[in-house]
Design a protein around this ligand. Structure first.
Ligand SMILES: *[C@@H]1O[C@H](CO)[C@@H](O)[C@H](O)[C@H]1NC(C)=O
Ligand SMILES: *[C@@H]1O[C@H](CO)[C@@H](O)[C@H](O)[C@H]1NC(C)=O
Length: 528
């Protein structure tokens, strides 16, 4: 018997499940996140299929997965490719100088929605591909929630168990669907510029942004791919998910109440051990050895340094020149550097930089970054002090989230032309040791996180594959009305009964007062 149990245990451990990861190619950081999920499951011995239909052509040349062998691409329609091009043509370079509010994201989200509607159409035109997928009888499907074309796919493939996910800190719509408590008074939305300490106006905006977006955006109705082409109610399906994954990490982000269903795997993309073993190549080795200290300057792959106003470039270069003992590695995408940095020897321009390998190198002193979520996770795990200069989208919130840990300094993009301020910030990050110590402390905490992101993903994905849907994790609160949820009816009853008691007491006291003088009088009468 014992042997049997042991055998069974071994069998259980080695059991491999069939996962489908669906990630349309529309954004580098989104696909990177889902590729990492696919690879983590593959490395653990599971059977993983990475289904990645092309939307933006240039990304289809990149090999996002390393360990996942089964990758399926799908050609876009002409219309879908046009949406992809439109997506690329959105002029984000203006955010170097323009304000970026939540409202700025509106046209972008609208474009996303139209694009995913067309992606659903393309999927429906390729039922032969889908039929092959269906044959594989997947245990679980994992996908980006806001790429809503995933839902008709899920329905067609008849996959029972699914894990909608977000490559951002969280997806407010997904949280609403699964019934997670939302506290707009203290949890800033991913695209906001707020912290957990908000003014009244900020709380107002933070509370109304989601419903306003929801009512203003035209909704697309997704239909089943098979007759009678029934409409698919995404909101009604979503609470049936076993878990949801988000790219936040509770040891970095603001503390907030979440559900057991919400598995936070932020940082999963940073392979710290691997980075610590693999050294940078000879060329970078030489650059890192050039001076005592080295700062990496990169604004990511979406906002390009070359589009920064030339005045700001001049001032940045001039300020960097004042630190002759520091090498600045500046990710810069064009060959016009002579225009603003002709006499500056200590800047090394490169159109590509091995960012994580450099951050993992002990010779790198600090990181000057745009605070994209990927970079924030990387710099947190690799423990380098940083200067955060958020430009648009979720970067403002990311910068504030990290600054709370005392290892980074936020600088406004409007201060990129202020030489004095930049100089002061650089001097602080280079020579004030407290930033380095705080950054290292955060990295140390993350290295010792009780359950690591990879482990969280694996254990929860396997649990979902084993047990399917988990209605026991679905809170009843999700079905309460606004009035019931916030106890507004109860508050009304309490206020009403209190008022009633006050009125009754008042009446009693009034009567007593009326009664008193009479008795006194009558006593007086008696004694008399
Ligand atoms: C794994 O996936 C392949 C297709 O890529 C399939 O042929 C095979 O049967 C699957 N194995 C298991 C154990 O599900
Ligand atoms: C950061 O510094 C402030 C002020 O010194 C301190 O109150 C706070 O606890 C620090 N935060 C962390 C995460 O160490």
């Amino acid at each position: 018997m014992k042997i049997l149990i042991l055998l069974f245990a071994c069998f259980n451990v080695n059991f491999s499940y069939n996962f489908l990861i669906f990630s349309p190619l529309f954004g580098h950081s989104h696909t990177t996140f889902f590729a990492k999920i696919a690879d983590t499951l593959s490395e653990a011995g599971h059977n993983v299929t990475f289904f990645t239909p092309t939307i933006i052509r240039k990304f289809s040349k990149i090999n996002y997965v390393k360990h996942t062998k089964h990758v399926i691409h799908l050609e876009p329609s002409e219309k879908l490719e046009r949406y992809g091009n439109q997506m690329e043509d959105v002029d984000i370079s203006r955010f170097w100088t323009d304000d970026s509010s939540m409202a700025e994201m509106f046209p972008m989200i609208k474009l996303f929605n139209e694009m995913f509607a067309e992606q659903a159409f393309v999927l429906g035109q390729n039922l032969d591909v889908l039929d092959e997928l269906k044959e594989m009888k997947f245990d679980v499907m994992i996908f980006e929630r806001f790429a809503e074309c995933a839902y008709p796919l899920l329905e067609y493939l008849e996959i029972e168990t699914f894990i909608p996910s977000s490559s951002l800190l969280f997806d407010p719509n997904l949280l609403i669907s699964i019934g997670e408590p939302r506290i707009p008074s203290t949890v800033p939305l991913p695209m906001s510029k707020f912290t957990d300490k908000m003014t009244m106006t900020e709380r107002l905006l933070n509370a109304i942004a989601v419903p306003i977006f929801h009512s203003l955006l035209p909704t697309h109705e997704f239909k089943s791919f098979r007759p009678p082409y029934q409409a698919i109610d995404i909101q009604k399906m979503e609470h049936l998910s076993s878990f949801i994954l988000s790219n936040s990490n509770p040891y970095i982000d603001y503390p907030r109440p979440t559900l057991e269903k919400n598995v936070q795997i932020g940082g999963i993309s940073v392979d710290v051990e691997n980075l610590k073993i693999h050294k940078v190549n000879e060329e970078w080795d030489r650059i890192l050895d050039m001076r005592q200290k080295t700062i990496l300057v990169s604004f990511g792959s979406v906002m390009l340094s070359k589009d920064m106003p030339v005045e700001n470039k001049k001032i940045l270069a001039k300020t960097m020149k004042q630190f002759p003992e520091v090498t600045f590695i500046w990710k810069y995408e064009f060959n016009d550097t002579d225009l603003f940095a002709s006499e500056t020897e200590n800047i090394h321009f490169s159109s590509w930089v091995p960012q994580t390998a450099l951050l993992a190198d002990r010779r790198l002193t600090a990181f000057f970054t745009h605070a994209g979520l990927g970079s924030v996770n990387e710099v947190s795990y690799l423990g380098k002090p940083s200067i955060m200069c958020p430009i648009f989208a979720d970067q403002m919130r990311n910068a504030k989230m990290l600054a709370r840990h005392n290892g980074s300094i936020e600088i406004s993009k409007y201060d990129l032309g202020n030489g004095e301020k930049i100089e002061k910030t650089l001097r602080t990050i280079l020579f004030d040791d407290s930033y380095r110590l705080s950054a290292e402390k955060l990295a140390h905490q993350l290295a010792n996180q009780p359950v690591k992101p990879k482990e969280l993903l694996l254990r929860h994905a396997e649990f979902a594959a084993q047990f399917g849907r988990l209605p026991s994790l679905d809170p009843y609160s999700r079905q309460l009305s606004f009035v019931e949820y916030f106890l507004i009816d109860v508050a009304a009853i309490l206020i009403f009964s209190s008022l009633l008691i006050v009125v009754v007491l008042f009446q009693i006291i009034k009567r007593l007062i009326n009664f008193l003088p009479v008795t006194v009088d009558s006593r007086k009468v008696k004694t008399n």
